[in-house]
Each structure stands twice: as structure tokens, then as C-alpha cells.
Ligand binder design. Sequence first.
Ligand code: TNX
Length: 638
Amino acid sequence: MRARWRVAVVGVAVLLTIPAAAVPAVSSVVMSPGVESLVPKPVAADTGRGRFVLDEDAHVVARGAAREVGEYLAGALRPATGYRLPVSTREARRGDIVLEVGAGKGPAGHTAEGYRLVTDRWVARVSADTPAGLFLGVQTLRQLLPAWVDSPSRVDGPWSAQAATVTDYPRFAYRGVMLDVARSFLTVDEVKRYIDSAVRYKVNTLHLHLTDDQAWRIAVNPPPVNPAGLDYGALTRVGGTGGSDTLGNGTPLGTGPARRGFYTQRDYTAIVAHARARFVTVVPEVDGPGHTNAALASVPQLNPNGQTKPMNNTADVGYSTLDANAAVTYEFLTTVLSQLAALTPGPYLHIGGDEALVTGHDNYLTYLTRTLPIVAKLGKLPMGWNEYAAVDLPPGAVVHYWRGALEPVLRQVARGAKVVMSPAGTSYLDQKYEPSTPIGLSWACRNTCDYDRYYDWEPVRDGLAESDVLGVAGPLWSETVRSLDQAEWLSYPRLISLAEIGWTPKAARDLTGFTGRLATQGSRLTIAGVNFRPSPAVPWTTDITARSQHSRTIEGEIGRFTAPTTATPTAVVDFGDGNTTTATVTPARPAGPLAAPGVWRVTIDKHRYPRHGTYQGTLTVTTPAGEAKAHFTVRTGH
Ligand code: TNX
């Protein structure tokens, strides 16, 4: 099955890197890619001599605790390479990938998530103390291979990586993203795909905002003890039907109505399992005492007058509250939080606590004072938006900072709490990139809110010590988000900025260097089928590949390339027999106001070689950024 391809000399992928400002038509041809393009930037990386070439009969050698990550990596590499890549325990041979987990294998002092990676002329080796560290090192290895390695369909090799030595570990333990599935729903498959792209950048925490004024998205089963006789099924039967369709004044939000739905407990468990297999911790959030209209609209007993509120499909917030003085409130929370705790292996339960504008201060304190012990009793640590720092928190509690005064947070930190930083103006992924951005809000970030702004800030604010900060997270609120595509478009490239803040040592970060490294990620996202906003300030690179063939007549697809541009590139094919033709160029997905173009396909009409032989052809594409070339070989068969 491989034979047809083995005789053909494989197409050479050529990476074009031209700064946006440079004069087009002069192409700089670079062998792709090296340690200097890794994102997030590693702690230490050196270039060695020569290259690692993945053998077509390579094994992924992974023993014991490395096996699961081995299966993951092999699964990631098989579609593009077409190689079998068995995961085995054989003695490593030239061209294999070796994965190893064991005490002392990773960098000393960074056992939880550190790793070492060495690629040389013999093997590619990733070593770590833990499977989590190994998984993170594997993401680095993927980035050292050509961008086409993420293609869902077969592409010509060779699959090589620069010889390198990387020693790496994270600055912060919590590198998160939050999906607000309450305002607009995302299906289980969409959440899984979102996880798959985020882990490329070493994101390790997924916070799910499951409930809000607009909707309730997690099924709660009837509990064995139900003194107040609450109909928990109504939470999703009624509360699951809501969404953030309009502003309070009726102005439509987003590109259409919000998406409805909810997760059964089996669905939620599937998300948790998918996350866990990628070493991602899920943090579920049940917001309260404010942001609770959907619960109040579903369960009559939660209302002081015993009457349900109407559902409200506007984006309005701040008008709802649970009753802090009613026993039923805590009976309800105990049921909901116990079921979530049982389904969630991670250490945290996020209890919200933001914008409780009609609760009243004393009632707010009462609510938290009575809710925190419920969390503790379930063996979980509480996490909450920074308003909740108004009460004394247990050691290890997490304050999720989004805006406002830092003093109450510092007081809790002094008592042993930790902080996750999501300052709205530099980390809210739901904000418009610029005023003309078709979706997104703009209260937290006006004018230009591109990747640079989300990169150029420091989470360890004055008054905080490095060890007080657990990490960084990007919340993607979904008042205006209507699909995974749109979620990705708002997230990328800004989530990559946050991921690097979470990972890379402060002293190693710089915006210019980051911009250059980010430029190589457009191709990777495109090839992997992840939408993003091709920010005009980034000199996105083009990756090109051409297909070698074994036939006297060739037609159809001759190559593919990436180019995040709305202007249609042009392509010329030199067949290597004295003939040249203009080729047809079509994107797998057209660019639009909310979509980067997909991979461009280059196709030709039928070409018949005049006589038998071996021909070296060249595909040349011209994009607004310059020219890129790939070579291919055609053997006519005699
Ligand atoms: C503020 S951040 C909120 C959310 C909104 C978001 C929109 C926070 C704790 N509360 O309820 O969705 O702004 O940007």
C-alpha cells in the first residue's frame, strides 16, 4: 500500500517566511521548522547537527506508563504520514520515536509537567517523570515536524525534524481556557475538538461555565433524598431551552439565535474522559447566588413566592439571585454539587459568585459561608470569581480574578488561597478584535484587542508572589458565539498568547519573538482544520507540499498550500519536461469575515509526458506575502 509512494521521490515541503512588510517576489526558503518556532517558547532549546527522519516503518516505542501517550501520538501522526506506526516495546531502531516515563527522566524539580526532548539522526526521544509531562513533550515534537503532519489526509513526506535538545517545564500549573456553554451551547464533539486544539499549546485546564441566567446545561438526577421534593429534571427540560439571543432591548446578538442544549451526565463524563486522556483537568462551574435565572425559572421552590420566573433569552445579568436564607437553596446546591463532584476527577468546583447585584451584601456573605462547607465536604477545593474573596476561604481555594480591587484577593492569598488570573481587558476571549469585528462584546477591551494585547501583560501583579499565582485562563463568554468555528475564531490567535504567558518563563517572553513564532502557527491551525483570525499584524507563513506520482499522465491535485489571505493566490506548474501551465487554486474552505481560508488545493488539467522517464517538476505559488515552491517527481513507469 505504501509501495506506490515509496518509488516516487517525495515532494519537498518548503516553508516561506517573509515579513509582511518585505517586498514580495523574493522568497526566502527555509527548511521547516526549528526550535525557534516553538509555541509556547520552551525553557531551553538547542539545535543539534543533522535531522531526525521518521522512518516509514517506524515504531512508537513506549513502555509501561508511556503507552497511553504513545497511542495518542501514533494516532495523531498516522493520517498525514500514512505510516502504520505501531506502538511497541521493541529496542529502538533508527527512525523510531521513543517515549519514556520514569523517576528522574524529566528536568529535576519539575516532575509534574516537565519533559526533555532530543531529536537526532537516530531517534526522537521524549522523556518525563510523568505521563502528563510526556504528553506536553509530545506536543513539542509535533511542532518540530512539518505542519502537514496535522493533515487529516495523507501528504508526501519526508517527515523530518531538526536535531534538537529541549528541556522544558511550565511557569504555572494552571493554564486554562473557559467555555461558556450556558449563553450558547457547544456539543460534546465540539468541546472535544476545542480541547484537541488547545492542548497543542499546552493548555491543561478546561473550565466549563455550565449555568447562568440564560440557561442550565448539565443534567441533575433525582437524588435519593429529596426533602423539598424538587424536580431536578426541570433544570435541563426548562433551563436547557434558553440562550443569549438578544440584548435586553431586543437587538439580536451574533449571527443568529444562541444554540440550545444540555449535557446528560453521560455527555459530561465523555468530555471529562476526553480531557483526562489529554491531561486536561475539567473545572465545572455552577454560578450563584446571581446568574441563576434559569434555575429559578425551572424549580419553583427556589423562589421565595414558590413561583417560577420566566426564562429570559436576553444577555441581561445581575437581576437574579438565589435566596441565601432559605434552606432549600442549600439542599439544592448540595444535590447539584455532589453530582458534579462525583463526575469530576479534578480538585476544583467553581461556584461563581460574580455580579450578585440584587443579593445584598449580607445575604451574599451568608450564601458563600453556607456554600463553601458543601464544597469542602465533597472533598473539593472551591474556586470562584474574585468577588467571593469577600469571605474567608479555606487554604488552597482559588480566587479567579477578572476585574476590580486586588486587596480582598491579597487578603485571601495571605491566608493560603491561590489566584488564577483572567483580567478581562487582556484575557477575555469573547471581546471583539477591533470595532468592526462581526461578533464579540467590547466592554472589557475596546479598539484593538489582538494577540499582542493578550500577550503583553504580567499575571504576577504587585502584592502577589510568583507562588501565589496558580495560573492564567482565557474565558470565552458566548453571548455572541454560535458555533465551534466562531469559538475558534475568537480564541485563536489570542489563546496562544495566554498559553505562552502560562508556560514560558517571564524573562524569556518578548512580543517580537512571539509574533515571529506565532506566524508559523497559522499553517498548523489551517492544516488541522482549526479556524482562527489571520491578524494583519502577523506575517503568517506559507507551507506548501507537492505530490509525487508514478504515472505517465497526471491530473487533478498536484499540491496544497496554506496562505491566510482573502486574495486568491496564483499557481504555476513546471512539469520538468519543458512544459509549464497555470494551475487552478481553490481553498478547502473560503475565507470570510469569521473564517480563515482552509488549505488551498492546486489542481491541473490532464498532462501527458511526451516520453517515458523521470521528471523533476516544480509547483510555484504566489501569495500576497511572496512566492513558495515545492518540488515533485514523476516517474512515468517504464
Ligand atoms: C462578565 S466575567 C461576566 C459574564 C459575561 C462577560 C461578558 C464574569 C465573572 N461575568 O457573565 O458573560 O462579562 O464579557
